[in-house]
Design a protein. Structure first.
Length: 402
Protein backbone atom coordinates (compact mmCIF):
# COMPACT_ATOMS: atom_id res chain seq x y z
CA UNK A 1 0.00 0.00 0.00
CA UNK A 2 1.46 3.44 -0.92
CA UNK A 3 2.42 6.00 1.69
CA UNK A 4 1.39 9.65 1.62
CA UNK A 5 2.89 12.73 3.28
CA UNK A 6 0.16 15.06 4.44
CA UNK A 7 -0.15 18.52 5.97
CA UNK A 8 -3.35 19.97 7.42
CA UNK A 9 -5.02 22.34 9.86
CA UNK A 10 -6.85 21.37 13.03
CA UNK A 11 -10.05 23.06 14.21
CA UNK A 12 -7.84 25.33 16.32
CA UNK A 13 -5.95 26.34 13.14
CA UNK A 14 -2.82 24.46 14.25
CA UNK A 15 -0.62 23.00 11.49
CA UNK A 16 -0.03 19.26 11.62
CA UNK A 17 2.09 16.96 9.45
CA UNK A 18 2.36 13.20 9.16
CA UNK A 19 2.51 10.04 7.09
CA UNK A 20 -0.30 7.65 6.24
CA UNK A 21 -0.70 4.38 4.34
CA UNK A 22 -3.77 4.43 2.12
CA UNK A 23 -5.02 3.01 -1.22
CA UNK A 24 -5.20 6.51 -2.77
CA UNK A 25 -5.20 10.23 -2.03
CA UNK A 26 -8.98 10.30 -1.51
CA UNK A 27 -8.72 7.77 1.32
CA UNK A 28 -6.14 9.99 3.02
CA UNK A 29 -8.47 13.01 2.80
CA UNK A 30 -11.36 10.99 4.23
CA UNK A 31 -9.25 9.70 7.11
CA UNK A 32 -7.93 13.19 7.95
CA UNK A 33 -11.45 14.68 7.99
CA UNK A 34 -12.53 11.95 10.41
CA UNK A 35 -9.71 13.10 12.70
CA UNK A 36 -10.90 16.72 12.48
CA UNK A 37 -8.06 17.84 10.22
CA UNK A 38 -8.56 19.92 7.07
CA UNK A 39 -6.12 18.68 4.39
CA UNK A 40 -3.84 21.36 2.92
CA UNK A 41 -1.24 19.26 1.11
CA UNK A 42 -1.15 15.54 0.26
CA UNK A 43 1.57 13.96 -1.85
CA UNK A 44 2.89 10.46 -2.36
CA UNK A 45 6.03 9.69 -0.34
CA UNK A 46 9.09 9.16 -2.57
CA UNK A 47 10.52 5.65 -2.46
CA UNK A 48 13.79 5.01 -0.68
CA UNK A 49 16.11 3.01 -2.97
CA UNK A 50 17.61 1.20 0.03
CA UNK A 51 14.36 0.34 1.85
CA UNK A 52 14.14 -3.17 0.38
CA UNK A 53 17.76 -4.08 1.20
CA UNK A 54 17.84 -5.68 4.71
CA UNK A 55 21.42 -4.53 5.34
CA UNK A 56 20.40 -0.86 5.14
CA UNK A 57 17.10 -1.11 7.01
CA UNK A 58 16.98 0.46 10.47
CA UNK A 59 16.18 -2.06 13.19
CA UNK A 60 13.88 -1.57 16.16
CA UNK A 61 15.93 -2.03 19.33
CA UNK A 62 14.69 -3.30 22.66
CA UNK A 63 15.42 0.13 24.14
CA UNK A 64 13.02 1.75 21.63
CA UNK A 65 10.22 -0.58 22.77
CA UNK A 66 10.95 0.18 26.45
CA UNK A 67 10.73 3.95 25.89
CA UNK A 68 7.58 3.47 23.80
CA UNK A 69 5.93 1.45 26.61
CA UNK A 70 6.86 4.03 29.28
CA UNK A 71 5.51 6.96 27.27
CA UNK A 72 2.42 5.04 26.18
CA UNK A 73 1.61 4.14 29.82
CA UNK A 74 2.06 7.77 30.95
CA UNK A 75 -0.26 9.08 28.23
CA UNK A 76 -2.98 6.49 28.95
CA UNK A 77 -2.72 7.24 32.67
CA UNK A 78 -3.23 10.93 31.81
CA UNK A 79 -6.54 10.05 30.13
CA UNK A 80 -5.58 10.35 26.45
CA UNK A 81 -7.32 8.02 23.95
CA UNK A 82 -5.16 5.20 22.53
CA UNK A 83 -5.29 6.57 18.98
CA UNK A 84 -4.12 10.01 20.10
CA UNK A 85 -1.33 8.41 22.16
CA UNK A 86 -0.09 6.46 19.16
CA UNK A 87 -0.31 9.51 16.91
CA UNK A 88 1.85 11.53 19.32
CA UNK A 89 4.30 8.68 19.83
CA UNK A 90 4.60 8.09 16.08
CA UNK A 91 5.21 11.77 15.45
CA UNK A 92 8.01 11.96 18.03
CA UNK A 93 9.72 8.63 17.18
CA UNK A 94 13.17 9.09 15.61
CA UNK A 95 13.60 5.49 14.48
CA UNK A 96 12.09 5.47 10.97
CA UNK A 97 11.22 1.75 11.03
CA UNK A 98 9.54 1.97 14.44
CA UNK A 99 7.75 5.19 13.45
CA UNK A 100 6.22 3.34 10.49
CA UNK A 101 5.11 0.46 12.72
CA UNK A 102 3.47 2.79 15.28
CA UNK A 103 1.65 4.67 12.50
CA UNK A 104 0.39 1.40 10.99
CA UNK A 105 -0.81 0.19 14.41
CA UNK A 106 -2.72 3.46 14.87
CA UNK A 107 -4.35 3.06 11.44
CA UNK A 108 -5.30 -0.55 12.25
CA UNK A 109 -6.96 0.49 15.52
CA UNK A 110 -8.86 3.24 13.70
CA UNK A 111 -10.17 0.61 11.29
CA UNK A 112 -11.59 -1.38 14.22
CA UNK A 113 -8.79 -3.81 15.14
CA UNK A 114 -7.86 -4.22 18.81
CA UNK A 115 -4.43 -3.10 20.06
CA UNK A 116 -3.48 -6.72 20.78
CA UNK A 117 -4.27 -7.87 17.23
CA UNK A 118 -2.42 -4.87 15.78
CA UNK A 119 0.69 -5.70 17.82
CA UNK A 120 0.59 -9.37 16.73
CA UNK A 121 1.45 -8.30 13.18
CA UNK A 122 4.99 -7.42 14.35
CA UNK A 123 6.35 -10.47 16.25
CA UNK A 124 9.96 -9.33 15.70
CA UNK A 125 9.23 -6.13 17.68
CA UNK A 126 6.51 -7.20 20.12
CA UNK A 127 7.10 -10.77 21.35
CA UNK A 128 4.52 -13.20 22.82
CA UNK A 129 5.13 -11.87 26.34
CA UNK A 130 4.41 -8.28 25.29
CA UNK A 131 1.30 -9.20 23.29
CA UNK A 132 -0.19 -11.45 25.99
CA UNK A 133 0.32 -8.86 28.73
CA UNK A 134 -1.25 -6.13 26.59
CA UNK A 135 -4.19 -8.48 25.97
CA UNK A 136 -4.57 -8.94 29.74
CA UNK A 137 -4.36 -5.18 30.22
CA UNK A 138 -7.04 -4.51 27.60
CA UNK A 139 -9.34 -7.15 29.08
CA UNK A 140 -8.91 -5.85 32.64
CA UNK A 141 -8.93 -2.14 31.80
CA UNK A 142 -5.46 -1.66 33.33
CA UNK A 143 -3.41 -1.12 30.17
CA UNK A 144 -1.34 1.68 31.75
CA UNK A 145 -0.40 -0.54 34.72
CA UNK A 146 0.54 -3.43 32.40
CA UNK A 147 2.68 -1.19 30.17
CA UNK A 148 4.52 0.13 33.23
CA UNK A 149 5.17 -3.46 34.39
CA UNK A 150 6.36 -4.38 30.92
CA UNK A 151 8.75 -1.43 30.86
CA UNK A 152 10.19 -2.33 34.26
CA UNK A 153 10.54 -5.98 33.23
CA UNK A 154 12.26 -5.14 29.92
CA UNK A 155 14.66 -2.70 31.61
CA UNK A 156 15.77 -5.34 34.10
CA UNK A 157 16.03 -7.96 31.33
CA UNK A 158 18.23 -5.58 29.31
CA UNK A 159 20.53 -5.05 32.29
CA UNK A 160 20.79 -8.80 32.84
CA UNK A 161 21.59 -9.39 29.16
CA UNK A 162 24.22 -6.62 29.21
CA UNK A 163 25.95 -8.19 32.23
CA UNK A 164 26.19 -11.60 30.56
CA UNK A 165 27.26 -10.08 27.25
CA UNK A 166 30.00 -8.12 29.02
CA UNK A 167 31.22 -11.25 30.79
CA UNK A 168 31.40 -13.19 27.50
CA UNK A 169 32.92 -10.39 25.42
CA UNK A 170 36.25 -10.12 27.27
CA UNK A 171 37.49 -13.73 26.90
CA UNK A 172 36.11 -13.96 23.35
CA UNK A 173 37.91 -10.76 22.27
CA UNK A 174 41.20 -11.87 23.83
CA UNK A 175 40.94 -15.24 22.08
CA UNK A 176 40.24 -13.61 18.70
CA UNK A 177 43.14 -11.17 19.17
CA UNK A 178 45.47 -14.05 20.10
CA UNK A 179 44.53 -16.02 16.98
CA UNK A 180 44.90 -12.92 14.77
CA UNK A 181 48.36 -12.12 16.22
CA UNK A 182 49.56 -15.72 15.81
CA UNK A 183 48.38 -15.90 12.18
CA UNK A 184 49.96 -12.52 11.41
CA UNK A 185 53.31 -13.57 12.92
CA UNK A 186 53.29 -16.89 11.06
CA UNK A 187 52.23 -15.35 7.76
CA UNK A 188 54.35 -12.16 7.71
CA UNK A 189 57.04 -12.09 10.42
CA UNK A 190 58.41 -15.66 10.58
CA UNK A 191 59.29 -15.79 6.82
CA UNK A 192 61.56 -12.73 7.29
CA UNK A 193 63.43 -14.49 10.09
CA UNK A 194 63.52 -17.73 8.06
CA UNK A 195 65.48 -15.99 5.29
CA UNK A 196 67.92 -14.69 7.89
CA UNK A 197 68.26 -18.15 9.51
CA UNK A 198 69.09 -19.72 6.13
CA UNK A 199 72.52 -18.03 6.18
CA UNK A 200 73.46 -19.42 9.59
CA UNK A 201 74.45 -22.80 8.15
CA UNK A 202 73.42 -24.74 11.26
CA UNK A 203 70.39 -26.62 12.53
CA UNK A 204 67.70 -24.49 14.16
CA UNK A 205 66.51 -25.09 17.73
CA UNK A 206 63.39 -27.26 17.97
CA UNK A 207 60.97 -24.39 18.93
CA UNK A 208 62.25 -22.24 16.05
CA UNK A 209 62.04 -25.12 13.56
CA UNK A 210 58.47 -25.77 14.69
CA UNK A 211 57.56 -22.11 14.01
CA UNK A 212 59.22 -22.22 10.59
CA UNK A 213 57.29 -25.37 9.67
CA UNK A 214 54.03 -23.88 10.98
CA UNK A 215 54.68 -20.70 8.97
CA UNK A 216 55.26 -22.72 5.79
CA UNK A 217 52.02 -24.63 6.40
CA UNK A 218 50.00 -21.41 6.96
CA UNK A 219 51.42 -19.74 3.85
CA UNK A 220 50.63 -22.79 1.69
CA UNK A 221 47.16 -23.44 3.10
CA UNK A 222 45.80 -20.08 4.32
CA UNK A 223 42.88 -20.12 1.84
CA UNK A 224 42.00 -23.73 2.70
CA UNK A 225 42.10 -22.86 6.42
CA UNK A 226 39.68 -19.98 5.90
CA UNK A 227 37.33 -22.23 3.89
CA UNK A 228 37.47 -24.93 6.61
CA UNK A 229 36.64 -22.35 9.33
CA UNK A 230 33.67 -21.06 7.30
CA UNK A 231 32.42 -24.63 6.69
CA UNK A 232 32.70 -25.46 10.41
CA UNK A 233 30.77 -22.31 11.41
CA UNK A 234 28.00 -22.93 8.83
CA UNK A 235 27.77 -26.63 9.77
CA UNK A 236 27.57 -25.77 13.47
CA UNK A 237 24.78 -23.23 12.87
CA UNK A 238 22.78 -25.74 10.84
CA UNK A 239 23.31 -28.47 13.40
CA UNK A 240 22.26 -26.11 16.21
CA UNK A 241 19.00 -25.41 14.40
CA UNK A 242 18.04 -29.08 14.67
CA UNK A 243 16.20 -30.33 17.77
CA UNK A 244 18.94 -32.82 18.68
CA UNK A 245 21.81 -30.43 17.99
CA UNK A 246 20.36 -27.62 20.07
CA UNK A 247 19.69 -29.97 22.98
CA UNK A 248 23.25 -31.37 22.91
CA UNK A 249 24.96 -27.97 22.61
CA UNK A 250 22.79 -26.35 25.30
CA UNK A 251 23.46 -29.30 27.63
CA UNK A 252 27.21 -28.89 27.17
CA UNK A 253 26.94 -25.14 27.75
CA UNK A 254 25.13 -25.62 31.07
CA UNK A 255 27.75 -28.19 32.15
CA UNK A 256 30.75 -26.02 31.18
CA UNK A 257 33.01 -25.32 34.20
CA UNK A 258 33.17 -21.50 34.01
CA UNK A 259 30.06 -20.29 32.21
CA UNK A 260 27.64 -23.09 33.15
CA UNK A 261 26.86 -21.88 36.67
CA UNK A 262 26.51 -18.27 35.48
CA UNK A 263 24.06 -19.25 32.74
CA UNK A 264 21.98 -21.30 35.20
CA UNK A 265 21.68 -18.27 37.49
CA UNK A 266 20.71 -16.10 34.52
CA UNK A 267 18.07 -18.67 33.52
CA UNK A 268 16.58 -18.73 37.05
CA UNK A 269 16.48 -14.92 37.20
CA UNK A 270 14.85 -14.66 33.77
CA UNK A 271 12.32 -17.41 34.46
CA UNK A 272 11.32 -15.93 37.83
CA UNK A 273 11.03 -12.35 36.55
CA UNK A 274 9.02 -13.28 33.45
CA UNK A 275 6.57 -15.62 35.19
CA UNK A 276 6.11 -13.17 38.07
CA UNK A 277 5.30 -10.33 35.66
CA UNK A 278 2.79 -12.45 33.76
CA UNK A 279 1.03 -13.87 36.84
CA UNK A 280 0.76 -10.46 38.52
CA UNK A 281 -0.82 -9.16 35.29
CA UNK A 282 -3.53 -11.84 35.28
CA UNK A 283 -2.10 -14.26 32.71
CA UNK A 284 -2.95 -17.92 33.61
CA UNK A 285 0.06 -19.92 34.83
CA UNK A 286 -0.15 -22.48 32.00
CA UNK A 287 -0.07 -19.74 29.36
CA UNK A 288 2.71 -18.04 31.29
CA UNK A 289 4.85 -21.20 31.38
CA UNK A 290 4.29 -21.72 27.66
CA UNK A 291 5.61 -18.22 26.89
CA UNK A 292 8.45 -18.42 29.44
CA UNK A 293 9.66 -21.71 27.92
CA UNK A 294 9.77 -20.16 24.44
CA UNK A 295 11.87 -17.24 25.67
CA UNK A 296 14.21 -19.36 27.84
CA UNK A 297 17.01 -19.32 25.25
CA UNK A 298 18.17 -22.83 26.23
CA UNK A 299 16.61 -26.09 25.02
CA UNK A 300 17.30 -27.95 28.29
CA UNK A 301 15.50 -25.28 30.33
CA UNK A 302 12.72 -25.07 27.73
CA UNK A 303 12.09 -28.82 28.04
CA UNK A 304 12.09 -28.59 31.84
CA UNK A 305 9.48 -25.81 31.76
CA UNK A 306 7.31 -27.67 29.24
CA UNK A 307 7.42 -30.74 31.52
CA UNK A 308 6.40 -28.46 34.39
CA UNK A 309 3.44 -27.17 32.36
CA UNK A 310 2.37 -30.74 31.60
CA UNK A 311 2.63 -31.74 35.27
CA UNK A 312 0.54 -28.75 36.40
CA UNK A 313 -2.15 -29.58 33.83
CA UNK A 314 -2.28 -33.06 35.43
CA UNK A 315 -2.91 -31.57 38.86
CA UNK A 316 0.60 -31.47 40.34
CA UNK A 317 2.28 -28.47 41.94
CA UNK A 318 4.81 -26.32 40.08
CA UNK A 319 7.56 -27.13 42.61
CA UNK A 320 7.59 -30.92 42.01
CA UNK A 321 8.59 -30.98 38.30
CA UNK A 322 11.03 -28.09 38.77
CA UNK A 323 12.77 -30.09 41.48
CA UNK A 324 12.93 -33.20 39.25
CA UNK A 325 14.53 -31.22 36.37
CA UNK A 326 17.79 -30.82 38.31
CA UNK A 327 18.33 -27.34 36.86
CA UNK A 328 16.66 -25.19 39.49
CA UNK A 329 18.40 -24.97 42.90
CA UNK A 330 16.64 -26.48 45.90
CA UNK A 331 16.31 -23.04 47.52
CA UNK A 332 14.39 -21.76 44.48
CA UNK A 333 12.12 -24.81 44.45
CA UNK A 334 11.43 -24.40 48.21
CA UNK A 335 10.56 -20.71 47.83
CA UNK A 336 8.23 -21.49 44.91
CA UNK A 337 6.57 -24.19 47.03
CA UNK A 338 6.01 -21.67 49.83
CA UNK A 339 4.61 -19.17 47.32
CA UNK A 340 2.15 -21.76 46.02
CA UNK A 341 0.97 -22.71 49.50
CA UNK A 342 0.49 -19.08 50.60
CA UNK A 343 -1.14 -17.92 47.35
CA UNK A 344 1.61 -15.36 46.72
CA UNK A 345 3.56 -17.10 43.99
CA UNK A 346 4.01 -13.96 41.88
CA UNK A 347 5.51 -12.01 44.82
CA UNK A 348 7.79 -14.94 45.72
CA UNK A 349 8.99 -15.22 42.11
CA UNK A 350 9.78 -11.49 42.12
CA UNK A 351 11.91 -11.94 45.26
CA UNK A 352 13.74 -14.87 43.67
CA UNK A 353 14.42 -12.76 40.57
CA UNK A 354 15.82 -9.89 42.67
CA UNK A 355 18.03 -12.31 44.61
CA UNK A 356 19.39 -13.96 41.46
CA UNK A 357 20.01 -10.60 39.79
CA UNK A 358 22.44 -9.92 42.63
CA UNK A 359 23.84 -13.46 42.26
CA UNK A 360 24.51 -12.82 38.56
CA UNK A 361 26.29 -9.56 39.46
CA UNK A 362 28.52 -11.38 41.94
CA UNK A 363 29.17 -14.26 39.51
CA UNK A 364 30.13 -11.88 36.68
CA UNK A 365 32.51 -9.94 38.95
CA UNK A 366 34.11 -13.16 40.20
CA UNK A 367 34.45 -14.61 36.70
CA UNK A 368 35.96 -11.39 35.34
CA UNK A 369 38.46 -11.25 38.22
CA UNK A 370 39.39 -14.89 37.53
CA UNK A 371 39.64 -14.61 33.75
CA UNK A 372 41.54 -11.32 33.48
CA UNK A 373 44.92 -12.59 34.74
CA UNK A 374 44.45 -15.95 33.03
CA UNK A 375 43.73 -14.38 29.63
CA UNK A 376 46.62 -11.93 29.97
CA UNK A 377 49.01 -14.78 30.81
CA UNK A 378 47.62 -16.78 27.88
CA UNK A 379 48.04 -13.92 25.40
CA UNK A 380 51.47 -12.99 26.75
CA UNK A 381 52.58 -16.64 26.79
CA UNK A 382 51.55 -17.30 23.18
CA UNK A 383 53.03 -14.13 21.70
CA UNK A 384 56.05 -14.07 24.03
CA UNK A 385 56.78 -17.75 23.37
CA UNK A 386 56.79 -17.14 19.60
CA UNK A 387 59.13 -14.16 19.91
CA UNK A 388 61.55 -16.11 22.14
CA UNK A 389 61.51 -19.00 19.67
CA UNK A 390 62.38 -16.60 16.84
CA UNK A 391 65.35 -15.14 18.73
CA UNK A 392 66.75 -18.46 20.03
CA UNK A 393 69.07 -18.97 16.98
CA UNK A 394 70.40 -15.43 17.41
CA UNK A 395 71.09 -16.03 21.11
CA UNK A 396 72.79 -19.36 20.25
CA UNK A 397 74.99 -17.74 17.62
CA UNK A 398 75.92 -14.89 19.95
CA UNK A 399 76.88 -17.45 22.62
CA UNK A 400 79.00 -19.40 20.12
CA UNK A 401 80.81 -16.23 19.01
CA UNK A 402 81.39 -15.29 22.65
Amino acid sequence: MPEYLWEGLTRKKETKKGEMEAPDEGAVRTQLRRQGIKPVSIKKKPKDLLENIPLFQQKVKEKDVVIFSRQFATMIDAGLPIIQCLELLGGEEENVAFKKIITTIKDDIESGISLTDALKKYPDVFDDLFVNLVAAGEAGGILDVILNRLSAYMEKAMKLKAKVKGAMTYPASVLVISIAVVVLLLYKVVPVFEEMFAGFGSALPAPTQFLVNASAFVQSNILYMIVVVVIIVVAFKRYYKTERGRLQVDTLVLKSPVFGMLLKKVAVAKFSRTLSTMMSSGVPILDGLDIVSKTAGNKVIENALMDTKKSISEGKTIAEPLSESGIFPSMVVSMIGVGENTGALDAMLAKIADFYDDEVDAAVDAMTALLEPFMMVFLGGVVGGMIIALYLPIFSMAGAVG
